[in-house]
Design a protein around this ligand. Sequence first.
Ligand SMILES: *Cc1c(COP(=O)(O)O)cnc(C)c1O
Length: 394
Amino acid sequence: MTHDKRTLAVHAGTRRSQYSEMSEAIFMTQGFVYDTAQSAEVRFEQAGDDEFIYARYGNPTVRMFEERIASLEGAEDGFAAASGMAAVHGALAALLRAGDHIVAARALFGSCLYVLEEVLIHFGVNVTFIDGLDLAAWKGAITSDTKLVFFESISNPTLEVIDIKAVSTLAHSCGATVVVDNVFSTPIYSKAIELGADLVIYSATKHIDGQGRGLGGVILGSRKIIRGAIEPFMKHTGGAMSPFNAWMMLKSLETLDLRVREQTKTALGLAKSLALRGDLERVIYPFLPSHPQFDLTNRQMGAGGTVLTIDVGSKARAFAMMNALEIMLISNNLGDAKSIVAHPATTTHQRLPQDQKDLLGITSGLLRLSIGLESEKDLLEDLNFALDVAFTSV
Ligand SMILES: *Cc1c(COP(=O)(O)O)cnc(C)c1O
């Protein structure tokens, strides 16, 4: 019997101890004991799925989180990491060798860009950056020497939607592995594996925790890649998730579907209302018919996600608006129950030179809005008030 995501999010991966506890236990232990010297020897020779030897390799609470999120994603297996970046770096470093070629979409989260441009290049990996929306560019850049392609399924902060199926088909025709950073889609709207992704990565820090408490990440994919390539690299290099954070993320998965769908509904409502104001230079939301990849978004996700982006025309106006907000908080996280506003040009993307900002459409008036669980009416009042203040004062 196959179950819906709502059901899997509550039950999948649960392991009960001899006490039959209702709520999943936190196994706050780094080690495990063996009855005899012989059983320790056997465990080290062939630790099975239910057997643990050291928390850097695996832990029962961490394993519950991995199994629950893998089942939500429709992946065979997963490996949890200390943060989203430990997952991105771990997946890429585990799969790549000096001399390998990779093709990546240019619009990337700043730290992903650092891993590709500053870390992997120093280990002899050749990286080609392209415009992820341009299928001809993917086709031109991927060759029989390409080992891997990497992209964010929805880019930050301009919300460009990349065609997972088309890029995966091109990559697979050349034997390349497809790695997708899927944060903005969330496991709720993701069909990435079905569409051809070999590995799907989440920063659990975002929607999965969704309450701003802790860092986490996860790499999802086939059992062969996860246990064959990812696990050996991760367990020996130390990017493991702590059992406490795994417990927090595991319990958060129970409400992920409800939170993400509600936040998405509010984000769509706000995007429509803000577009009607008529004074904003841009309102970008993947599920507005005006979005250039609206049809693709509909096929690939069936929803627009919890983030929308607006352009108010200038930095001065953007700052005036942010400072006039009462409910929405100024921060750089996203996916949280609390609505958050960020000015990418001066924070998350400050490091980028101006020509890169221009190329990525990160204008001085751009604001990224991460929509939380507050009421849509209150958020719209907050936004309209702050925008009115900004447009009258600047
Ligand atoms: C936040 C984020 C990351 C990094 O995750 P951390 O948990 O902060 O390490 C990577 N990719 C994307 C798209 C993100 O939004």
